[in-house]
Design a protein around this ligand. Structure first.
Ligand code: AMP
Ligand code: MG
Length: 475
């Protein structure tokens, strides 16, 4: 049965939308459906698999009265401000009511919109399945994220380096409000619009904020949720790759799985994106960039924070200063769990000692920590085998063992498998050629990250792959 969609965003913030329709797909074919998510959303999976359901999933057959829109937003991309980005190849279909509140149903790859600039408005099978896989992995790893409901092949060939099969991703998010949405509203100089946007953000994400300082409280809440989110990314070796302000949500969900990757060999300067020449979005730079983005968020919110700009800057600056200690505390908790230690402060010190040794040896991130579970059980050899400086790792292991690490805590915090770049790449190539077998096998493995699956999912890539692997934006 067709679900009912609400259109609160389009109704309440028409200034931030352009009513628009998804492009017709010549021959839609369902490639991936997230049954568990569909059930959580109260959607009928048999119907979603039917021709009408598949057409619904790509916005080609919507309920009566549906009002799909392209959302406007601005954003700092690699530090430079673009006053008008917006959904160039995406649409908000509407909101779906769920037991835990409304969620956005959103399309990526649904055709050109007025925000498309030079782009073709399309997306292709490999990158959309990649977003499906990685967002599922992140969810299973306990990292807040937008979700993927479906990937539908359109039956159209899309011009890329080589022509590639087109696809649409159906995305679910608690909202698509971004720092860039606020930057767009601020740039209109319409403070009433900015206030309506902030009110919507509070209603949807922070409904407990009702006091007279609620806009400052909104800001502080986003600072806190992002400080925590980035620590969790780093705990699973995740590099987002394109932390532009239009890709930072107000909800605290990870969004926009374009050039992201998981670390193989650890180094804080690890970068995968083909266009990130300066390492702006390198693994270890992510907290600093989150803080930079949050400063831009504060600038956008200033008119709501106090009656004069000087006081607004003062309260915003004070609130932003909470980011570093909050992030450090969150990173301490992440490391404490990974090392099986009770005290985050100790874990920070001990953990950073280990990370130094890992960086020196470019030790595989996921494998080092899963081998450390072995070490806690009495066998340090698999960890030692990944390191270069054996006297130092032996000293480190002795100190850590003295702290009595808890094996169960570690087993619940250190994944046996993440979506390995080389395996994912290989599987997506096969999927583009029509064979989903490997994609489905990896998906099943990363949905149960704590339980070792096929050992090949835990193995690092061949050195030749690791040296040359790159990711791309806007695919
Ligand atoms: P992203 O790097 O995915 O965050 O996208 C940045 C901006 O580029 C957004 O405004 C997107 O809508 C737009 N964009 C990316 N790829 C395309 C495309 N193929 N066609 C139109 N717009 C695009
Ligand atoms: Mg984006």
């Amino acid at each position: 049965m067709q679900p009912t969609l609400d259109h609160a965003f389009a109704r309440d913030l028409p200034e931030l939308t352009v009513p628009w329709q998804a492009e017709e797909a010549p021959e839609p074919r369902l490639l991936a459906l997230n049954d568990a998510l569909a059930l959580d959303l109260g959607l009928d999976t048999d119907w979603l698999r039917s021709p009408a359901g598949v057409r619904f999933l790509i916005g080609n057959e919507l309920p009566e009265g549906a009002r799909p829109v392209a959302q406007a937003y601005a954003g700092h991309q690699f530090g430079g401000f673009s006053p008008q980005l917006g959904d160039g190849r995406a649409l908000l279909l509407g909101e779906l009511e769920t037991p835990s509140g409304p969620v956005d149903l959103h399309l990526k790859g649904s055709g050109r919109t007025p925000f498309a600039r030079g782009g073709d408005g399309r997306a292709v099978v490999g990158p959309m399945l990649r977003e499906f896989l990685i967002s599922e992995a992140m969810h299973a790893l306990g990292v807040r994220t937008t979700r993927s409901l479906a990937v539908v092949a359109t039956g159209r060939l899309v011009a890329r380096e080589a022509p590639a099969p087109g696809a649409v991703l159906t995305r679910v998010a608690s909202s698509h409000l971004r720092v860039g949405s606020f930057q767009f509203a601020r740039a209109t100089a319409d403070t009433a619009l900015l206030r309506r946007l902030a009110d919507l953000a509070i209603t949807r994400h922070y409904p407990v904020l009702t006091g007279s300082d609620r806009y400052l409280d909104l800001y502080r809440s986003v600072v806190a949720t992002q400080a925590d989110l980035v620590a969790r990314w780093m705990g699973v070796g995740f590099v987002h790759g394109v932390m532009n302000t239009d890709n930072m949500t107000i909800s605290g969900e990870t969004i926009d799985y374009g050039p992201c990757a998981f670390l193989d060999g650890y180094h804080p300067s690890a970068v995968f994106s083909s266009i990130d020449h300066q390492g702006r979005y390198a693994f270890g730079n992510q907290p600093a960039i989150a803080q930079w983005n949050l400063a831009r968020f504060a600038e956008a919110l200033l008119p709501l924070l106090a009656s004069d700009e000087e006081s607004a800057i003062a309260v915003a600056t004070e609130a932003l200063q909470e980011f570093a200690p909050l992030h450090r505390a969150a990173w301490g908790r992440v490391l404490a769990a990974k090392l099986g230690l009770a005290d985050p402060g100790t874990a920070l010190e001990v953990g950073e000692g280990l990370l130094d040794l890992m960086a020196e040896a470019r030790a595989d991130f996921t494998l080092t920590f899963s081998n450390l579970i072995e070490a806690a059980r009495g066998n340090p050899e698999p960890v030692r085998a990944l390191m270069l400086d054996l006297p130092r790792i032996d000293g480190w292991l002795a100190r850590w063992r003295d702290l009595m690490p808890d094996v169960d805590t570690m087993a619940a915090a250190n994944p046996a498998q993440v979506p390995r770049n080389h395996l994912t790449d290989h599987a997506l190539r096969a999927a583009e050629a029509g064979d989903l077998t490997d994609f489905e096998a990896i998906l099943a493995a990363v949905r149960s990250p704590w339980t070792p699956a096929d050992p090949r999912f835990a193995e690092p890539p061949p050195a030749s792959f690791a040296e040359s692997f790159q990711t791309f934006c806007g695919t």
